[in-house]
Design a protein around this ligand. Structure first.
Ligand code: PGA
Length: 253
């Protein structure tokens, strides 16, 4: 089975105003445009307010993603954003089930699944985040926890074209700590096996891309992308620095 095309996604979280977002997006667009090699898929996920600005800046060289969507296609949901709205303004991806949303907004697996299904209805690729807490890892429950998240949040109709899984240990996000490569490899192999068992038809489960996320930076990116089973990175803090993010893209070439 050939390795899936790698993917490097930048999750800008709640950072950026129009001027710095435009500068960063334009720098990445120019670097991608000038690159003389085949690049991995590159996805920028700015906050909602900057999606249109970034869409206009990057054109078609890079892909646009959002950080969340509602499970419904429209309706009385004050402050929420529906997946068709994201698709209309040029998004191709949307992150769902990020641990910050699970923690701060109480999102659970059935809600994450419903959001991923909404993303699919709108033609978006869902980047579904899973990952254990520090206590869960200490207790040796990391595999069980992630298995439960996968079972609970994988949408009906999931396939390699419409879904990406990001393994993001909660304790590694924004902390500067990363798991040992052997721990990442163990988790990715475990997730891969579950996906392959669940989706044997046309080898869909073999081809779904599995990203690692959590304190990935330009220094550790080469080792992270070389870790067995890692098809790319979901990058938070380091994606706010165009130079650092670009180095991570190059590490995945
Ligand atoms: P971090 O965040 O790279 O800042 O640790 C990753 C994420 O939350 O996706």
């Amino acid at each position: 089975m050939p390795s899936p095309r790698r993917l490097i996604a930048g999750n800008w979280k709640m950072n950026g105003l129009r001027s710095d977002a435009t500068t960063r997006a334009a720098a990445l667009r120019d670097k991608a445009g000038a690159a003389r090699m085949a690049l991995p898929d590159i996805v920028l996920c700015p906050p909602f307010t900057l999606l249109t600005t970034v869409a206009q800046t990057i054109g078609s060289t890079l892909a646009l993603g959002a950080q969340d969507c509602h499970a419904a296609d429209k309706g009385a949901h004050t402050g929420d954003i529906a997946a068709p709205m994201l698709a209309e303004i040029g998004c191709r991806y949307v992150i769902v089930g990020h641990s910050e949303r699970r923690a701060a907004h109480g999102e659970n697996d059935p809600q994450v699944r419903a959001k991923a299904e909404a993303a699919h209805r709108a033609g978006l690729v869902a980047i579904i985040c899973v990952g254990e807490s520090a206590n869960e890892r200490k207790a040796g429950r990391h595999l069980t926890v992630v298995a439960g998240q996968l079972d609970g949040s994988l949408p009906a109709g999931v396939n390699a074209a419409n879904t990406v899984i990001a393994y993001e240990p909660v304790w590694a996000i924004g902390t500067g700590q990363t798991p040992m490569p052997s721990d990442i490899a163990e988790m990715h192999a475990y997730v891969r096996k579950r996906l392959s068992d669940a989706l044997p038809k046309d080898d869909e489960g073999e081809r779904i891309r599995l990203l690692y996320g959590g304190s990935a930076n330009s220094g550790n990116a080469p080792e992270l992308v070389a870790t067995p089973g890692v098809d790319g990175l979901l990058v938070g803090g380091a994606s706010l620095d165009a130079e650092a993010f670009w180095k991570m893209v190059l590490a995945a070439v």
